[in-house]
Design a protein around this ligand. Structure first.
Ligand code: GLC
Length: 802
């Protein structure tokens, strides 16, 4: 028998260990609805500590999970049943095949199969030929999962292409690629997690391996999903649904929630590779302010450093960084400097000297410090996979915190490396497979590299500026990166196809547990046009953050560079963004508890609706606001898909039009200044007024925009200081509909020193109003009721004629 023996181990982390001659399986239930099946084929030959596998250090899974749940084991002939966390593993000890079911536990719920694994296997390490690609067996272990007809596969990290990855072969190997195309794979971020959607049901599969890996998503074999890893084991998590949002919640509980961004980071941001000096940045800020364009931050690219030496500032361009940070803050603008991992190899440069002295660097297989080329040339690479290196890097952040900086941009952390000295073959512009992180090969540590680098940034700010809420942006990442950083989609181009691509890419990151993600607005490479930039700003009103960024040598693309009508259209889009901030910030706070992203694909809330599942040119902000931007040159209208429910057109959040009954495909008229938006019946959105920059997420003026549903509506508003500890107040606006009367009230939890709020309530979908009680004033026009609420209101009642 392949897996003849088993033992149950109790203690803090109960597990069932099953083994045979060569293989080991370890089963545990880390969280409710989550079963972990750690498979070690050929464990004996791989020296994995057979039959007791060593503790694993995961870069993805939260280090502080609660105690794992108890397990119940039953032997039934050759089948071993392990029940835990509400799920059951059925393991065939003869063949090693297994499946996971839920329900069927005698409590009335029928048994339902989540996933079935007909096979998994591994190869014992072999003698190693010389060439890089052959030196490592890149398919050392593999896992085949049934891929039933019609099942869709969402997520898998940062990918181009449609939301459903069925039919693709995906590689997990973080790659600096410029430019990417509509079929480029892999990109910068690897997350081996997918939500499998079958009709209305969903479950999740997460293979927690940082080793280079591929997933053949029913391409070679139309009914099989195959993971092939260069590592010796496969650490599989099966996550229960029943809906896609439930899967995502469980994945977030397992791999960690993203911390709340500071409010300022959600405001407009301007960046450019090419701003060199404080004067350049002054001119940018003035450019915004002179034209009444909102602006909250400017990003400073590599030119601020002294000869690309990280943790230095070029004194000619920035004679006094701290003074400049204060000056910008006086205008409501924060600075976000870039940091790359590559350290210039230069005698007497303290960062290099310390790294050398303390042995903090990645080495070659022969044991020398590995030397490559990035912006600094020659460059060496810190080994962030070691805790002492993380602590050292964290301490370097004092340079920024002393200057009053609160946000940071971690780039090139795949890690990118343009060439090696002496030259070596590599997969993508990075380090060779056999470079060493301590004793571990780069082939294993490559994908993990960016996580501890960003963890170091967070630790640095926590240590030196504990009173602020830092903003950390990272280009690369592995599963769990959301705990440390927000991400952007890397080097896109100023093209319509990249504008359109940004939505499924961001949505896909959201489905991979990364709730805060965005693309460079206007495009990084190439030259934008006024129309492209304007449409991009509109499409980006719901990106988690909104940064215009472009490459060295490309045409300027600040909002005013293309003259009118574009500057005005962009101003309106930015103002729309600022009006939406109370809603966006509320969604951001929800994301920190639920893992649900800010920008959501329709698939997340409309499982079972095939049109919604495949729609990737629109998105939802929360459950009820549909954003359908125009993303094609010259187009002045577009098709919009509205799933089941009633949807009111609220274009630009100010033009209220038709109400549609979904599911329906409708045409939206969208001349250049128009962003088509639809609000679902039953939803109320908190909005505020545009401003030059953010201040606090305690809004002196709130306008609730509500669309009356069959039972009324509900809205949510989270408020706090916008920086510092995320302790605030949650207000629920509740409109209860009883016949032809509506009773509106608020429920509040938590405290926030909120200024006197002036609230307006706009309600769409009411018939002519007969009477209003409790409001300071009201008007009714074109089917929209507008109520001005008194200072300390308790309840408002509206009755209407039916
Ligand atoms: C990389 C980054 C880009 C940055 C450039 C220079 O290409 O992705 O955003 O501007 O490096 O630092």
């Amino acid at each position: 028998m392949r897996l003849g023996q088993f033992v149950t181990e109790g203690g803090r982390n109960p597990q069932v260990r099953v083994w045979g001659e060569t293989d080991v399986v370890v089963v545990s239930a880390p969280l409710p609805g989550v079963l972990r099946v750690r498979l070690a084929p050929q464990a004996r030959a791989s020296g994995l500590g057979f039959p007791r596998l060593p503790e694993k250090r995961s870069f993805a899974v939260c280090p502080d999970l609660p105690e794992a749940g108890p397990l119940n084991v039953q032997e039934d002939g050759e089948t071993l049943r392990v029940r835990g966390g509400g799920l059951t593993l059925h393991l065939n000890r003869q063949t090693g095949a297994w499946r996971v079911t839920e329900g069927g536990d005698g409590h009335g719920t029928p048994e339902r199969e989540l996933t079935s694994v007909p096979g998994w296997s591994g190869e014992a390490p072999t003698a190693r030929p010389a060439l890089d690609a052959e030196r490592f067996n890149l398919r050392r272990s593999r896992l085949s999962v049934d891929a039933p007809d019609g099942a869709a596969y969402l997520g898998f990290g940062e990918r181009v292409g449609p939301l459903d990855k069925r039919g693709m072969v995906l590689t997990f190997w973080n790659t600096d690629c410029y430019p990417h195309h509509t079929d480029t794979d892999p990109l910068y971020i690897s997350v081996p997690f997918t939500t499998v959607v079958q009709g209305e049901q969903a479950h999740g599969l997460f293979v927690d391996e940082t080793w280079r890996m591929t997933a053949d998503v029913a391409r070679t074999h139309p009914r099989e999903l195959t993971f092939a890893s260069a590592g010796p084991e496969l650490d599989v998590y099966v996550l229960a649904g029943p809906r896609p949002a439930d899967v995502l919640r469980r994945y977030a509980a397992l791999t960690g929630h993203a911390p709340l961004p500071p409010l300022w980071a959600l405001g407009a941001a301007q960046s450019r590779w090419g701003y060199r000096t404080a004067d350049d940045l002054r001119a940018v800020i003035a450019g915004y302010r002179e034209r009444d364009l909102p602006l909250d931050s400017v990003y400073i690219d590599i030119e601020y450093m002294d000869a690309f030496k990280v943790w230095t500032v070029n004194r000619t361009g920035f004679p006094d960084l701290g003074a400049f940070v204060r000056e910008a803050a006086g205008q409501g603008v924060r600075l976000v400097p870039i940091i790359d991992p590559g350290i210039k190899l230069e005698a007497d440069y303290d960062v290099y000297e310390q790294a050398m002295k303390n042995d903090y660097l990645v080495r070659t297989a022969r044991g020398d410090v590995l030397v490559g080329e990035v912006w600094p040339d020659p460059a060496v690479f810190p080994d962030f996979t070691r805790p002492e290196v993380v602590a050292w890097w964290a301490a370097r952040h004092k340079l920024f915190t002393d200057a009053g900086i609160q946000g940071q941009w971690n780039d090139m952390n795949e890690p990118a490396c343009f060439s090696l000295a002496p030259p070596r073959e590599t997969e993508g512009k990075t380090l060779p497979y056999d470079a060493l992180h301590g004793s571990r090969p780069h082939l294993e540590m490559h994908n993990a590299y960016a996580n501890p680098m960003s963890q170091a940034s967070r630790a640095g700010y926590a240590k030196y500026s504990p009173e602020i809420r830092p903003w950390i942006l990272s280009r690369a990442g592995y599963a769990g990166i959301q705990r440390h950083a927000t991400v952007w989609t890397g080097d896109n181009t100023s093209s319509w196809s990249h504008l359109a691509l940004s939505l499924p890419m961001i949505a896909g990151l959201g489905l991979s547990g990364i709730p805060f993600a965005a693309a460079d607005v206007g495009g990084f490479g190439g030259d934008a046009t006024g129309e492209l930039l304007a449409r991009w700003y509109q499409a980006a009103v719901g990106y988690a953050f909104l940064r215009n960024h472009s490459a060295l040598g490309t045409a300027d693309q600040e909002p005013w560079r293309f003259g009118e009508p574009y500057t005005s259209v962009i101003r309106a889009a930015l103002e729309l963004r600022y009006r939406l901030l109370p809603h966006l910030y509320t969604l951001a706070e929800q994301a920190t508890r639920t893992g649900l992203p800010v920008l959501r694909p329709l698939a997340l809330h409309y499982a079972g609706d095939e049109d919604a599942l495949r729609e990737d040119s629109q998105y939802l902000l929360g459950q009820g606001l549909m954003v359908a931007p125009v993303m094609a040159a010259g187009h002045r209208r577009r098709q919009v898909y509205l799933p089941a429910g009633r949807w009111a057109a609220v274009f630009n959040l100010s033009e209220f039009g038709e109400i549609h009954e979904g599911p329906a495909h409708v045409t939206a008229d969208a001349p250049l200044h128009t962003l088509p938006l639809y609000l679902k019946a039953g939803e109320a959105l908190p909005l505020t007024e545009p401003a030059a920059h953010t201040a606090q997420a305690r809004w002196p003026r709130v306008t609730w925009l509500a669309h009356l549903g069959a039972s009324g509506f509900v809205g949510q508003l989270y408020e706090d200081a916008g920086n510092g500890p995320a302790e605030g107040r949650l207000t629920r606006l509740i409109g209860d509909r009883v016949g032809s009367a509506l009773h509106v009230r608020r429920e509040t939890t938590g405290e926030a020193a909120t200024p006197e709020q002036r609230e307006v309530l706009q309600i769409i979908g009411l018939d002519p109003v007969r009477e209003v009680q409790g409001a300071a004033a009201f008007s009714y026009e074109d089917g929209v009721l507008r109520l001005t609420l008194p200072a300390r209101w308790e309840e408002v009642t509206v009755t209407w004629v039916e």
